[in-house]
Design a protein around this ligand. Structure first.
Ligand SMILES: [Zn+2]
Length: 214
Protein backbone atom coordinates (compact mmCIF):
# COMPACT_ATOMS: atom_id res chain seq x y z
CA UNK A 1 0.00 0.00 0.00
CA UNK A 2 1.35 3.38 -0.92
CA UNK A 3 1.91 6.27 1.48
CA UNK A 4 -0.86 8.17 -0.26
CA UNK A 5 -3.44 5.40 0.02
CA UNK A 6 -2.51 4.95 3.71
CA UNK A 7 -3.06 8.64 4.18
CA UNK A 8 -6.47 8.53 2.51
CA UNK A 9 -7.51 5.42 4.50
CA UNK A 10 -6.54 7.11 7.77
CA UNK A 11 -8.33 10.27 6.77
CA UNK A 12 -11.52 8.35 6.06
CA UNK A 13 -11.28 6.57 9.43
CA UNK A 14 -10.75 9.84 11.26
CA UNK A 15 -13.63 11.53 9.46
CA UNK A 16 -15.80 8.61 10.52
CA UNK A 17 -14.63 9.17 14.09
CA UNK A 18 -15.37 12.86 13.78
CA UNK A 19 -11.79 13.82 14.50
CA UNK A 20 -10.91 15.75 11.37
CA UNK A 21 -13.06 18.02 9.36
CA UNK A 22 -13.49 17.27 5.71
CA UNK A 23 -11.57 20.36 4.73
CA UNK A 24 -8.52 19.16 6.66
CA UNK A 25 -8.66 15.64 5.31
CA UNK A 26 -8.99 16.07 1.60
CA UNK A 27 -5.68 17.06 0.01
CA UNK A 28 -5.97 20.57 -1.23
CA UNK A 29 -6.37 20.84 -4.95
CA UNK A 30 -5.01 24.10 -6.18
CA UNK A 31 -7.18 25.30 -9.00
CA UNK A 32 -5.28 24.83 -12.21
CA UNK A 33 -4.19 27.86 -14.11
CA UNK A 34 -6.39 26.81 -17.03
CA UNK A 35 -9.46 27.39 -14.88
CA UNK A 36 -9.39 30.73 -16.57
CA UNK A 37 -9.51 34.35 -15.59
CA UNK A 38 -13.18 33.98 -14.66
CA UNK A 39 -12.08 32.60 -11.27
CA UNK A 40 -11.73 35.40 -8.75
CA UNK A 41 -8.25 35.40 -7.24
CA UNK A 42 -9.65 35.11 -3.70
CA UNK A 43 -11.20 31.69 -4.42
CA UNK A 44 -7.84 30.24 -5.35
CA UNK A 45 -6.70 30.64 -1.76
CA UNK A 46 -9.95 29.63 -0.09
CA UNK A 47 -9.00 26.01 0.73
CA UNK A 48 -6.95 25.60 3.94
CA UNK A 49 -3.43 24.22 3.56
CA UNK A 50 -3.13 20.48 4.12
CA UNK A 51 -0.35 20.07 6.66
CA UNK A 52 -1.48 16.86 8.44
CA UNK A 53 1.15 14.15 8.08
CA UNK A 54 0.47 10.42 8.36
CA UNK A 55 2.18 10.53 11.76
CA UNK A 56 -0.28 13.22 12.93
CA UNK A 57 -3.17 11.10 11.75
CA UNK A 58 -1.84 7.98 13.47
CA UNK A 59 -1.46 9.92 16.72
CA UNK A 60 -5.01 11.25 16.37
CA UNK A 61 -6.31 7.76 15.66
CA UNK A 62 -4.55 6.43 18.76
CA UNK A 63 -6.00 9.26 20.87
CA UNK A 64 -9.48 8.54 19.48
CA UNK A 65 -9.07 4.86 20.35
CA UNK A 66 -8.05 5.69 23.94
CA UNK A 67 -11.02 8.04 24.31
CA UNK A 68 -13.41 5.37 23.00
CA UNK A 69 -11.99 2.83 25.46
CA UNK A 70 -12.47 5.24 28.38
CA UNK A 71 -16.09 5.88 27.37
CA UNK A 72 -16.74 2.14 26.92
CA UNK A 73 -15.32 1.57 30.39
CA UNK A 74 -17.72 4.14 31.88
CA UNK A 75 -20.60 2.41 30.08
CA UNK A 76 -19.45 -0.98 31.42
CA UNK A 77 -19.54 0.37 34.97
CA UNK A 78 -22.98 1.91 34.42
CA UNK A 79 -24.28 -1.46 33.23
CA UNK A 80 -22.70 -3.17 36.23
CA UNK A 81 -24.42 -0.62 38.49
CA UNK A 82 -27.73 -1.37 36.79
CA UNK A 83 -27.15 -5.11 37.24
CA UNK A 84 -26.63 -4.62 40.99
CA UNK A 85 -29.94 -2.68 41.15
CA UNK A 86 -31.89 -5.34 39.24
CA UNK A 87 -30.28 -8.19 41.16
CA UNK A 88 -31.02 -6.70 44.58
CA UNK A 89 -34.61 -6.04 43.48
CA UNK A 90 -34.95 -9.78 42.94
CA UNK A 91 -33.11 -10.68 46.15
CA UNK A 92 -34.57 -8.97 49.24
CA UNK A 93 -32.93 -5.63 48.40
CA UNK A 94 -29.48 -7.02 49.08
CA UNK A 95 -26.35 -6.87 46.95
CA UNK A 96 -25.00 -10.40 46.33
CA UNK A 97 -22.08 -9.94 48.73
CA UNK A 98 -24.54 -9.19 51.55
CA UNK A 99 -26.61 -12.31 50.96
CA UNK A 100 -25.56 -15.81 52.04
CA UNK A 101 -24.55 -18.37 49.43
CA UNK A 102 -27.47 -20.43 50.82
CA UNK A 103 -29.76 -17.76 49.41
CA UNK A 104 -27.94 -17.39 46.09
CA UNK A 105 -25.53 -14.64 47.21
CA UNK A 106 -21.77 -14.54 47.76
CA UNK A 107 -21.44 -13.30 51.35
CA UNK A 108 -19.19 -16.19 52.43
CA UNK A 109 -16.85 -15.46 49.51
CA UNK A 110 -16.06 -11.91 50.65
CA UNK A 111 -12.32 -11.45 51.03
CA UNK A 112 -11.19 -7.86 51.42
CA UNK A 113 -7.59 -7.30 50.28
CA UNK A 114 -5.06 -4.87 51.72
CA UNK A 115 -6.27 -2.23 49.25
CA UNK A 116 -9.79 -2.41 50.73
CA UNK A 117 -11.25 -4.00 47.58
CA UNK A 118 -12.46 -7.57 47.31
CA UNK A 119 -10.08 -10.29 46.07
CA UNK A 120 -13.09 -12.25 44.81
CA UNK A 121 -14.66 -9.38 42.91
CA UNK A 122 -15.25 -11.65 39.92
CA UNK A 123 -17.35 -14.05 42.04
CA UNK A 124 -19.68 -11.25 43.19
CA UNK A 125 -20.14 -10.32 39.53
CA UNK A 126 -20.46 -13.86 38.21
CA UNK A 127 -23.40 -14.59 40.52
CA UNK A 128 -25.29 -11.80 38.72
CA UNK A 129 -24.74 -13.36 35.28
CA UNK A 130 -28.50 -13.65 34.78
CA UNK A 131 -28.82 -9.86 34.83
CA UNK A 132 -25.51 -9.00 33.13
CA UNK A 133 -26.00 -9.19 29.37
CA UNK A 134 -22.49 -10.47 28.62
CA UNK A 135 -19.13 -11.02 30.42
CA UNK A 136 -17.68 -8.55 27.92
CA UNK A 137 -18.78 -5.67 30.15
CA UNK A 138 -16.68 -7.06 33.02
CA UNK A 139 -13.41 -6.45 31.14
CA UNK A 140 -12.25 -2.89 30.52
CA UNK A 141 -11.39 -2.58 26.80
CA UNK A 142 -8.02 -1.05 27.73
CA UNK A 143 -7.10 -3.98 30.00
CA UNK A 144 -4.73 -6.31 28.12
CA UNK A 145 -4.21 -8.40 31.29
CA UNK A 146 -7.90 -9.33 31.56
CA UNK A 147 -9.35 -10.09 28.14
CA UNK A 148 -13.12 -10.47 27.98
CA UNK A 149 -14.51 -14.00 28.37
CA UNK A 150 -16.62 -15.29 25.50
CA UNK A 151 -19.37 -16.47 27.81
CA UNK A 152 -20.03 -16.87 31.53
CA UNK A 153 -19.02 -20.55 31.55
CA UNK A 154 -15.47 -19.38 30.77
CA UNK A 155 -15.52 -16.31 33.00
CA UNK A 156 -13.07 -16.14 35.92
CA UNK A 157 -10.65 -13.81 37.72
CA UNK A 158 -8.51 -13.61 34.57
CA UNK A 159 -11.38 -11.97 32.69
CA UNK A 160 -12.41 -9.39 35.25
CA UNK A 161 -10.98 -5.86 35.38
CA UNK A 162 -13.36 -4.31 37.85
CA UNK A 163 -12.77 -4.38 41.59
CA UNK A 164 -15.72 -4.46 43.97
CA UNK A 165 -15.89 -2.99 47.44
CA UNK A 166 -17.81 -5.39 49.68
CA UNK A 167 -19.19 -4.95 53.19
CA UNK A 168 -22.52 -4.69 55.01
CA UNK A 169 -22.29 -0.88 54.77
CA UNK A 170 -22.08 -1.03 50.97
CA UNK A 171 -25.71 -0.71 49.94
CA UNK A 172 -28.37 1.72 48.74
CA UNK A 173 -28.46 3.51 52.09
CA UNK A 174 -25.02 4.92 51.26
CA UNK A 175 -25.45 6.29 47.73
CA UNK A 176 -21.93 7.76 47.67
CA UNK A 177 -20.22 4.54 48.81
CA UNK A 178 -17.81 3.13 46.22
CA UNK A 179 -19.18 -0.04 44.63
CA UNK A 180 -16.66 -0.76 41.84
CA UNK A 181 -13.47 0.67 40.34
CA UNK A 182 -11.56 0.45 37.07
CA UNK A 183 -7.95 0.87 38.26
CA UNK A 184 -6.78 1.62 34.72
CA UNK A 185 -9.06 4.57 34.04
CA UNK A 186 -9.73 5.69 37.63
CA UNK A 187 -13.43 5.26 36.79
CA UNK A 188 -15.53 4.78 39.93
CA UNK A 189 -19.08 3.36 40.23
CA UNK A 190 -21.02 4.50 43.29
CA UNK A 191 -23.97 2.78 44.99
CA UNK A 192 -26.39 5.29 43.46
CA UNK A 193 -25.39 3.97 40.01
CA UNK A 194 -23.40 7.06 38.98
CA UNK A 195 -19.91 6.78 37.50
CA UNK A 196 -17.14 9.33 37.76
CA UNK A 197 -13.62 9.52 36.41
CA UNK A 198 -11.37 10.75 39.21
CA UNK A 199 -8.17 12.73 38.84
CA UNK A 200 -4.99 10.92 39.88
CA UNK A 201 -4.92 12.95 43.10
CA UNK A 202 -8.55 12.10 43.97
CA UNK A 203 -7.96 8.44 43.14
CA UNK A 204 -4.88 8.33 45.39
CA UNK A 205 -6.98 9.89 48.16
CA UNK A 206 -9.78 7.33 47.64
CA UNK A 207 -7.38 4.36 47.58
CA UNK A 208 -5.76 5.58 50.81
CA UNK A 209 -9.23 5.79 52.44
CA UNK A 210 -10.20 2.31 51.25
CA UNK A 211 -6.92 0.78 52.46
CA UNK A 212 -7.33 2.48 55.83
CA UNK A 213 -10.83 1.05 56.25
CA UNK A 214 -9.35 -2.39 55.90
ZN1 LIG B 1 -11.32 1.04 32.35
Amino acid sequence: MTMKSNFIKLSITLIALGIFTISNSIPTQTVAADAGAAQPAGDLQAAPPNDSTPADLLAALEAAKRKAQRINCVNNLKQIGLAFKIWEGDNNDQYPFNLSTNKGGTMELCDTGANGLDRNSWQHLLVMSNVLATPKILACPADAQHPAALDFSQFGADHCTYLIQTGTNINDSYPQAVLAICPLHRNVLYCDGSVQQLSQAKMDELMAQLAQKK
